[in-house]
Design a protein around this ligand. Structure first.
Ligand SMILES: [Zn+2]
Length: 201
């Protein structure tokens, strides 16, 4: 699978029905013809169970089973005489089908933070450290402005930090000014929240 378009065109074939197909093989030992169930190719099993409704730039959501962390799971092609392939995650499978093998030790990471997403354009390869740094950065963002409980935006936080730095206002006064609790101001002061916002002084 050299490129994304080739993968997508397979989806267009809209494979319906059974996930397994029958394959008659001749057994030389017994002289009998045995009908063995053979899994469909990984590309068919993956792309036929993806919701592409969000369009080329949106998240392509895996509709099959997921693991405890919310990632889609699928079996690889069986190797040798094995009846079933090893389990992998659907975003790793999507990467491999689109771009080729994943180098040892590298992680397939989501730009979109959507574990079920298998849009190859939303996936990037990173080391364990890069993956952790990315999650940490996103975690900070989630704790800050994007959090549903956030009452402040980054500009307000910068002003609060400046006022704290120059000692112009007490945390209690700032909490009244900003409309948040004193403990929220304390958390900013002690860099428990909004650590990524610089006072810019
Ligand atoms: Zn996505």
């Amino acid at each position: 699978m050299g490129n994304r378009d080739a993968s997508v065109s397979q989806v267009g074939q809209a494979w319906e029905g059974e996930v397994m197909q029958k394959d008659a093989t001749h057994q030389p030992n017994t002289g009998r013809c045995v009908v063995r169930r053979k899994p469909l190719p990984l590309s068919v099993r993956l792309w036929s169970r993806v919701d592409l409704g969000a369009g080329p730039d949106g998240c392509w959501l895996w509709l099959g089973s997921t693991n405890v962390r919310g990632y889609g799971q699928i079996r690889r092609e069986p190797e040798g005489n094995a009846l079933r392939g090893a389990k992998t995650t659907t975003h790793r499978a999507a990467w491999e089908l689109t771009y080729g093998p994943i180098p040892d030790g590298l992680h397939v990471c989501h730009r979109c933070d959507t574990p079920r997403c298998v849009n190859p354009a939303h996936l990037w390869l990173g080391t364990h450290a890069e993956n952790l740094a990315d999650m940490k950065a996103k975690g900070r963002a989630a704790r800050g402005e994007r959090s549903s409980s956030a009452r402040l935006n980054s500009k307000q936080v910068q002003v609060i930090k400046r006022l704290l730095a120059v000692g112009a206002c007490s945390p209690k006064e700032l909490s009244v000014l900003a409309g948040v609790t004193p403990s929220a101001i304390d958390a900013i002061k002690h860099e428990k929240t909004w650590r990524h916002i610089d006072a810019g002084l």
